[in-house]
Design a protein around this ligand. Structure first.
Ligand SMILES: Cc1ncc(COP(=O)(O)O)c(C=O)c1O
Length: 378
């Protein structure tokens, strides 16, 4: 019997295969088509050559945990203990799965917001938990906190938030944080905060990390990914922050499903994190790409609200077609040569929003080629 009877091949694999078959420009899966900083690659090579090729401690190397604790202290004014409250993981997805496995058991309810990053729901189900989806509302994909409060029950164990948000590009604001504080005060619920796009936020908005609010941080497991920040999605490395009482449970699972992650890469990131310019300039770097792409598709039949964060942009095709988003995406790849992601796979609830997601973490020549093709879609 399948543990995930309703799960097929992920939409990312499906669209990537169609893109390859049709030789389409691939704006589907979220990854940059450019390299990480040369210095970072040199650092990995350096640590490999100098013999740092064996298991790191289960929690991560001291050097990278120290660099992380200093960064969070400087930018969130939060104290995370180097030994007890920081753990390196094999990317954000493993961190999410481990956190859910450590805390969610049979019959526990988990509130998540749809559209949702596709790993949340199966991770809850695999652990016997019950996903309680809440749809994000309006063109700005905001949270209806009244609905969240209505859906909280005695069985609610966890709430998963994600800001900046994949796939909508929406970000949480101060009002959202107040609503979350109210919930955290009233209920004994763990917050799983997916902040992998923390450094990709536009138009001067502030990233409201839960780590900045002690009453939230006390109940939160916060997930980060070096892949998004350093253009290294294929290296699969991230980390988790949480108070000691939550981290000790997280580590009980982590030690048996991963134990420890790539030593020379951790040491390289520890060194690279000292160069603050890289992550401090990331928002501008991606905002320029967003603006350029939206400028060159401005006169197309697609409509859009500029993304507030992440390297994703939603496009509305309702002026072009009545097709479902999956049919439209397949046709876009086959007839027009651009592979995108439909929004339906991010929902378990019915949705008919006529939206597709594109990834603009691409060099300008690729964005131009894609725009030229998208302009022809009528
Ligand atoms: C919202 C969100 N969370 C987590 C991840 C996973 O990050 P990683 O590639 O480090 O596993 C992604 C990657 O696409 C994401 O979009």
């Amino acid at each position: 019997m399948s543990k995930l009877p309703n799960t097929g091949t992920s939409i990312f694999a499906v669209m990537t295969a169609i893109a390859a078959e049709c030789k389409a420009i691939n704006l589907s899966q979220g990854f940059p088509n450019f390299n990480p900083p040369a210095k970072l690659i040199d650092l990995v090579y350096h640590y490999m050559k100098s013999g740092e090729n064996q298991y790191a401690p289960m929690t991560g190397t001291y050097q990278v945990r120290k660099a992380i604790s200093e960064k969070i202290k400087k930018y969130s004014h939060a104290e995370y203990d180097i030994n007890d409250e920081i753990t390196l993981t094999a990317g954000g997805t493993q961190a999410l799965f481990t956190a859910i496995t450590a805390f969610v058991g049979k019959g526990d309810e988990v509130i998540l917001f749809e559209p949702a990053y596709d790993s949340y729901l199966p991770s809850v189900i695999l652990n016997g938990g019950i996903p309680v989806p809440v749809q994000l509302k309006g063109n700005d994909f905001h949270i209806d906190w009244d609905e969240v409060n209505d859906k909280i029950s005695e069985k609610t164990k966890m709430i998963i938030i994600n800001s900046p948000h994949n796939p909508s590009g929406s970000v949480l604001n101060e009002k959202d944080i107040s609503a979350l504080k109210y919930i955290a005060k009233k209920h004994d619920i763990i917050i799983l905060s997916d902040e992998v796009y923390e450094h990709i936020i536009f138009d001067g908005r502030e990233h409201h990390s839960v780590t900045k609010y002690p009453e939230l941080a006390a109940k939160s497991i916060v997930v980060y990914s070096f892949g998004k920040t350093y253009h290294t999605t294929g290296w699969k490395m991230g980390y988790v922050l949480s108070p000691k009482n939550l981290m000790s449970e997280f580590r009980k699972v982590h030690q048996f499903n991963v134990f420890t992650v790539n030593t020379p890469v951790q040491l390289a990131f520890a060194e690279m994190m000292k160069d603050e310019k890289h992550f401090l300039s990331l928002s501008n770097f991606y905002q320029e790409k967003r603006d350029y792409f939206l400028k060159i598709i401005k006169n197309s039949e697609f409509t859009f609200e500029p993304s507030s964060g992440t390297y994703f942009q939603l496009l509305n095709y309702s002026a072009i077609s009545d097709e479902s988003d999956s049919d439209f995406s397949v046709r876009l790849a086959k007839e027009f040569g651009v592979a995108v992601i439909p929004l339906t796979p991010f929902y378990s609830l019915p949705n008919d929003r006529k939206l597709i997601r594109i990834c603009f973490a691409k060099t300008n020549d690729v964005l131009e080629q894609a725009a030229e093709k998208l302009m022809k879609v009528k």
